[in-house]
Design a binder for this molecule. Structure first.
Ligand code: GTP
Length: 357
């Protein structure tokens, strides 16, 4: 089938535990955390659908039912959606192999389920086919590659080397620092190289194996890209959307208030505030650069700045939440209390009057 990007099927990897995003991921899988009004992964679905993808397989592991219940068979979106669940964590490549029964033989996009990007998928496919590659990796530039996998290529855009978490002595002066951006095109031969039913990492096992026989392409671009694997980057992704930095998501302005939120006209909603559906913000409350989750309440005169507040959280009147405070669903902060980040408040926990936090 001919589509704008030339590939009509995709696997989205959504099986990880999201440990860095705890406690927010205690109660739902990371890809279902909202980005303004929609689950994050729905942004990826939109991006794929716009590129002409019609079949999407979710490769699940942790809390799979929430994803399946939300998207169903995809018919309401004009898509075919399927689900596979790792019997045990299979790693990123093992999970792709496990999805084989829901895919046809042709090329497939693979997306890490925690990347927000407006990457040009058609350009990635064109590069893949131009090289005759077995697998092609999107690359994104970073200032400091030490926490990532550095990818080196030749002048044609073929991968020559992967350097996992490079030390200073492994970097070449003046070289561009480009890392794996978590978006791939795989041809049938790349998928065939993944052993079935085993724990296999595409980054550490499959790509180095294929690169050794010259089969891996890589395409760098300066498109918008963010890994939303941590609360800090999750908050930053919201600020990026408000600033209009994410090409395919229209900015709602310098702050966003759900149409279903109840915000007092005497509250101060500053730049970067995102107030979710069913949330209540009382008079005199101040919110800036913070996410207020669905059904949360921010009491009279309370301040929330720089924090990520989960669902049904209660910030009592006069309380102050400052810095990267991550509040799990159903947690609360007592009247007049101050909590300074970085700190997490567990799901359902209370920071009360006798708490010394
Ligand atoms: P952390 O626990 O915080 O590292 O997060 P994570 O579990 O999401 O892991 P990571 O960010 O490394 O994973 C990148 C993407 O691959 C995420 O979208 C994960 O959901 C997904 N993923 C990671 N491991 C597996 C796996 O074993 N099976 C499946 N199906 N998906 C996986």
């Amino acid at each position: 089938m001919t589509t704008p990007a030339g590939v009509d099927q995709a696997v989205i990897l959504v099986g990880g535990q999201g440990t860095r995003m705890r406690p927010l991921t205690d109660t739902r899988p990371k890809p279902m955390l909202p980005l303004l009004d929609l689950p994050f992964v729905e942004r990826q679905v939109d991006h794929l659908a716009r590129a002409g993808v019609t079949t999407i397989v979710f490769s699940c592991g942790y809390r799979p039912r929430e994803i399946e219940e939300y998207f169903g068979d995809g018919a309401s979106r004009g898509l075919t959606m399927g689900y596979v669940v790792d019997p045990e964590p299979l790693g990123t490549a093992g999970a792709i192999a496990n999805a084989a029964s829901l895919l046809h033989e042709g090329d497939v996009f693979v997306l890490n389920g925690d990347i927000l990007t407006d990457l040009d998928l058609a350009a990635l496919v064109a590069h893949h086919r131009g090289l005759g590659a077995e697998a092609t990796i999107a690359l994104t530039p970073v200032d400091d590659p030490s926490a990532f996998g550095l990818v080196r290529t030749d002048a044609d855009g073929r991968v020559t080397e992967f350097v996992e978490k490079p030390g200073a002595d492994e970097l070449i002066p003046g070289e561009p620092y480009r890392i794996n951006a978590g978006t791939y095109v795989l041809s049938a031969s790349a998928r065939a190289a993944i052993p079935q039913g085993q724990q296999v990492s595409i980054e550490r096992d499959t790509f180095p194996l294929l690169a050794a026989r010259g089969g891996v392409g890589a395409l760098a671009s300066d498109c918008y890209w963010r890994d939303i694997g941590t609360p800090a980057s999750y908050l930053d992704a919201h600020l990026d959307v408000l600033h209009g930095r994410v090409g395919f998501i229209a900015s709602p302005g310098e702050a966003w208030i759900s149409a279903d939120a109840d915000v007092s006209p005497d509250a101060v909603i500053g730049a970067g505030a995102c107030v979710g559906p069913g949330a209540t913000v009382a008079a005199g409350a101040r919110i800036a650069a913070a996410i207020i989750g669905e059904g949360a309440t921010v009491g009279e005169g309370a301040t929330v700045e720089g924090a990520v507040i989960g669902r049904a959280v209660a910030v009592a009147p006069g309380a102050t939440v400052r810095g990267l405070v991550v509040m799990g669903d159903g947690s609360s902060i007592g009247e007049g209390r101050t909590v300074d980040g970085p700190v997490s408040v567990d799901t359902g926990a209370t920071v009360g009057d006798d708490d010394t936090r």
